[in-house]
Design a protein around this ligand. Structure first.
Ligand SMILES: Nc1nc2c(c(=O)[nH]1)N[C@H]1C(S)=C(S)[C@@H](COP(=O)(O)OP(=O)(O)OC[C@H]3O[C@@H](n4cnc5c(=O)[nH]c(N)nc54)[C@H](O)[C@@H]3O)O[C@H]1N2
Ligand SMILES: Nc1nc2c(c(=O)[nH]1)N[C@H]1C(S)=C(S)[C@@H](COP(=O)(O)OP(=O)(O)OC[C@H]3O[C@@H](n4cnc5c(=O)[nH]c(N)nc54)[C@H](O)[C@@H]3O)O[C@H]1N2
Ligand code: SF4
Ligand code: FES
Ligand SMILES: [Mo]
Length: 901
């Protein structure tokens, strides 16, 4: 649209408001109640301008072709000044003490300190929340926090209450903020223009030398763009970037607030070496020479394959690239893996087989654009909160939701249809849906004929999956299955997102394949008619760790170690022969350690002793190793068992890149130096290689990514230079001019046949089932405030939001077992026994219980089994048969400390 602002010509996109047009023209129009992140409210009326002669609220009024806008009307400016004076009259003068949007507005409109009231209204404040302060006396009832909470986060936790000048914000029904439905995303803090809602300060005084560093969140795979504000040696605050590609000015309680761990006094700041059974501080040269002499000895007497490494999905791409290069070129083994193995390895295998590439098929924006979203085995609002919020926004705009999950997650509670299948029933449910898509006439037969293989074999298999049989296996009523198929079948642009409820099973890869079938049947992948199939990859850089070849069978860019041509190319570039035989996967490493075939294990940034399944077995494996090196930021459960602990930097102290869940490379930039003698994983890996007499090549992260890009065609157009210039880039990105592919397979699939591959996979029972001795099914997974091993979030005020591990149990089961809310419960599996606190909730079905694995003193993985996905060895974390008994809470290590941590 072309129009004029103060006689200057401007062009704005369709749908732009008059306010957008004035900004495009560089005119300063005052606003108080407006924020681009939510829909305009038009309550403050400060933004009045003349449009074609008529006074209008700029934020509310759509721009039109040819419009003549005037922002310089003196009457309207005077009116704005008066309105602002009326607004601030009820505020105390201290409202001007801190910098705020309101203070800027006052300065801009010439409203002085004398316009403010002296004492304010004496309204109650609220300091119950660990991260927020509410000073109601500073509230002007602009409603921005309420809009942010409703429209952006979808939490509906805040309301405006009271009348006239007494109107002010309140959380929940008016009780303490911390007890409300608030999910602590910080959206209200970020939008509040007056300082009424402010972050609790984490540093004593606001220092004058605040620096802002633009980076990517180091927690989950959403990949939010964040600004880290530092003063001196401290993180002052973290704020979401308004122009963040995925988060667009939003974040969650972890990325936004949980940063205190960075300067925790418990950070590792010096190398540690085990002497006489105790870990003692030593210098870097001592630690490195111990590591290199032990590795050299073990390789000399047992061969290179007696050494194995676990690389880190928390570390950068460049660090993962160096780790696999170290193992392959300096040690001479392919024994390198990363936590994708225990997470989304079935996605890598399943999506590669179905479509050709090891990543989600579409981008976050395609999920927004969907008119129907099928969410399978993903607790999105807790584990990928910003994507969860975007899905809630889509639902508010009218998108249909189907959730497949044994638990009533937040999204399941909002869904049009919740298919509450038993854990381990996915393949039957997905096959049942596939059959109904065909029966209902919703399959896209033209797409199938032109672009897919395997329809006949699938049809034949599906004759075994009538809804009645699916109901027997899963417990899902046939009628609900029909309703779900109908919604996915009729949608114009359906999208599938899924999580670990699909992958962490004995038949996880089959789960991914049979889920992918649905999108293929509908032609909703590789076309503009659908949002494809999107795994919500978990860790900040789990996609990248695999992309960089920290995998036993694949070199950077998913090139097969077994392929002699590939090996030749890498060997030539690296100047040393790449070993031929694929290496061990993580579970195989532990088995080999117990069997004496692996003698040294190098663990970088994974707390295997807490997070890998069947902890008893993992500990036995770690103890069997002659050398256990642990590269960590804290003395994790694994580090406690190590022979050498190498102190690493956090993401806040690093330069490099992460790849998020939608295949987007994004920059990570250092905001602080590492504490003490801690060093980046990049530097440590180079130093380890040097002490083994080798040079790993690239001296900087930028050079490492360049080297990787030269060797991996999928990433050949990606570099730090381009990312700094252009922001994030999706892979595949095959050249300097390639913008990257957000949506894959528009022309053809990347399978050998060039077509999507339907899979006819039968349902098989889970690896472990309840019986009379172990009658309950334990599901394990995540909670919002804590992150995996919890080493980081437990060292932040998030511990006040979620203080201890609970076992979620249905009230009927709790009543039968005599388990009261908050009492102790002993949970025993075929492998071990732990004590947790009871939380009664019908979020779980009778016969099923749920807990997380975030607390080392209530170690869920003592219970989980060695069963793994038959294709990828991904653990069956989601199904463990357990027995439950009343227990004295003091039997738990936590109880001994009276719950005080
Ligand atoms: N707050 C927080 N966020 C995180 C993490 C964290 O620790 N804390 N970790 C990150 C990591 S590493 C990952 S991988 C992601 C994981 O994110 P998600 O995949 O969402 O995580 P989970 O909670 O493990 O499991 C998801 C859901 O699967 C369901 N489920 C269990 N069994 C079945 C089944 O048989 N079928 C179906 N359909 N569903 C089932 C569970 O009830 C659960 O609601 O989260 C990332 N984000
Ligand atoms: N029962 C059960 N167990 C599970 C799961 C489940 O659903 N149920 N989920 C599994 C899944 S999906 C995953 S991904 C794993 C995650 O398990 P882990 O990868 O073990 O857990 P994290 O807490 O993410 O991080 C590992 C360690 O890295 C350290 N760290 C953080 N940043 C850095 C860094 O930059 N450098 C270095 N060197 N170290 C760093 C942290 O202190 C932490 O100790 O857990 C698995 N375990
Ligand atoms: S949603 Fe994930 S990436 Fe975004 S702020 Fe939260 S933890 Fe960080
Ligand atoms: S900014 Fe337009 S009415 Fe408040
Ligand atoms: Mo994960």
């Amino acid at each position: 649209m072309d129009l004029r602002v103060d006689s200057r010509p401007v062009t704005v996109p369709d749908g732009a408001s008059v306010l957008d047009a004035t900004r495009a023209a560089g005119a300063a129009v005052p606003t108080l109640c407006h924020d681009d992140r939510f829909s305009p409210q038009g309550v403050c009326r400060l933004c009045m301008v003349r449009a074609d002669g008529t006074p209008v609220a700029a934020c509310l009024t759509p721009a039109r072709e040819g419009m003549q806008i005037h922002t310089d009307d003196p009457d309207l400016a005077e009116q704005a000044r008066l309105l602002l004076e009326l607004t601030v009259e009820r505020l105390p003068g201290r409202a001007l003490d801190q910098p705020s949007e309101l203070a800027d507005l006052c300065r801009g409109l010439g409203v002085g300190a004398d316009a403010f009231g002296r004492d304010g209204r004496g309204l109650a404040s609220d300091d119950s929340h660990p991260y927020l302060l509410l000073d109601r006396d500073l509230c002007v009832a602009c409603g921005r926090c309420v809009r942010m909470c409703d429209e952006v986060q979808g939490a509906f936790a805040l309301t405006l209450v009271g009348r006239g000048a007494e109107t002010t914000v309140t959380a929940g029904a008016g009780g303490p903020w911390v007890d409300s439905a608030c999910v602590s995303c910080g959206g209200c803090v970020d939008t509040c223009p007056t300082g009424a809602i402010s972050p609790r300060s984490t540093t004593a005084e606001a220092a004058p030398d605040t620096r802002i560093t633009r980076t990517t969140c180091g927690y989950c795979g959403v990949g939010c763009t964040l600004d880290v504000h530092t003063a001196g040696d401290q993180v002052e605050s973290v704020t979401p970037a308004l122009d963040g590609a995925v988060n667009r000015g939003h974040a969650c309680v972890k990325g936004r607030f949980a940063h205190a761990y960075v300067r925790s006094p418990e950070r590792l700041t010096t190398p540690l070496l085990r002497r006489d059974g105790r870990l003692e501080p030593v210098s870097w040269p001592t630690a490195l020479s111990y590591v290199s002499s032990e590795m050299t000895r073990i390789r000399g007497s047992h061969g290179p394959d007696a050494i194995a490494a676990i690389s880190s999905a928390r570390a950068t791409n460049e660090e993962n690239y160096l780790m696999q290069k170290l193992m392959r070129t300096v040690i001479g083994t392919n024994n390198v893996d990363n936590c994708s193995r225990i997470c989304h390895a079935p996605s890598a295998a399943g999506l590669t087989a179905a479509f050709g590439l090891s990543g989600g098929t579409n981008s976050a924006d395609d999920i927004d654009g969907a008119d129907m979203i099928l969410i399978a085995g993903s607790n999105t609002t807790e584990a990928h909160p910003v994507i969860g919020a975007r899905i809630k926004q889509a639902a508010l705009r009218g998108a249909a939701l189907v959730v497949i999950d044994p638990r009533r997650t937040e999204l399941a509670g909002l869904a049009d249809v919740h298919l509450r299948g038993r854990p381990g029933s996915n393949v039957a449910v997905f096959n049942g849906l596939a059959r109904l898509l065909l029966e209902g006439g919703w399959a896209d037969l033209d797409f199938l004929a032109a672009r897919a293989n395997g329809l006949d074999a699938l049809r034949e298999l599906l004759s075994d999956f009538p809804p009645e049989r699916v109901e027997q296996i899963s417990g899902i009523p046939a009628e609900l299955l029909w309703r779900a198929a109908d919604l996915y079948g009729r949608a114009e642009r359906p999208a599938i997102v899924y999580g670990l409820g699909v992958t962490e099973h004995a038949h996880g890869t089959d789960g991914v394949r049979t889920l992918a079938n649905l999108a293929i049947l509908r032609g909703a992948v590789g076309t503009d008619r659908g949002g494809g199939v999107n795994p919500l990859r978990g860790q900040n850089n789990v996609q990248g760790a695999s992309d960089m070849g920290a995998l036993p069978d694949l070199l950077p860019g998913y090139q097969k170690v077994a392929d002699p041509d590939v090996r030749r190319r890498f060997s030539a570039a690296w100047g040393t022969a790449v070993p031929e035989s694929p290496g061990l996967r993580i579970p195989e490493m532990f088995n080999a350690a117990v069997a004496g075939r692996v003698r040294a294990l190098y663990v970088m940034g994974e707390d295997v002793a807490q997070t890998d399944p069947d902890s008893g077995h993992v500990r036995a494996a770690l103890e069997a190793c002659e050398l256990l090196v642990c590269q960590e930021i804290f003395l994790s459960e694994t580090a406690r068992l190590a022979d050498v602990v190498l102190p690493a930097a956090t993401f806040v102290e690093k330069d490099g890149t992460f790849v998020n869940f939608d295949r987007r490379f994004q920059r990570v930039r250092p905001a602080l130096p590492p504490p003490g003698a801690a060093r980046t994983d990049f530097d440590i890996l180079r130093a380890v290689a040097a002490s083994l007499g080798s040079d790993l090549g690239p001296a900087t992260p930028a050079a490492a990514l360049d080297e990787c890009a030269r060797l991996a065609p999928l990433f050949s157009g990606i570099s730090h230079r381009r990312l700094d210039r252009e922001g994030g880039l999706h892979w595949p990105c095959r050249g300097e001019d390639d913008p990257g592919e957000a949506r894959l397979y528009r022309d053809s699939f990347a399978t050998p046949s060039g077509r999507a591959e339907l899979a006819a996979r039968d349902w098989l029972p889970p690896g472990e089932e309840p019986d009379s001795g172990y009658p309950y099914t334990l599901i394990t997974g995540r909670r919002l405030a804590h992150y995996n091993a919890g080493t980081m979030t437990r060292r932040t005020p998030n511990i006040e939001i979620d203080a201890a591990e609970h076992l979620d149990i249905h009230p009927d089961d709790a009543a039968r077992l005599g388990l009261g809310e908050g009492t102790g419960v002993r949970v025993t599996s075929r492998r071990g026994s732990i004590v947790a606190l009871v939380r009664r909730t019908d979020e779980v079905s009778p016969g099923e219980v749920f807990m997380s694995f975030h607390f080392p003193d209530v170690p869920a993985n003592v219970l989980t089994s060695e069963n793994t996905d038959e294709v990828t060895d991904c653990p069956e974390y989601k199904v463990t048969a357990v027995r439950l008994e009343q227990a004295d809470w003091s039997e738990s290590p936590l109880g001994h400390r009276g719950g005080d941590r």
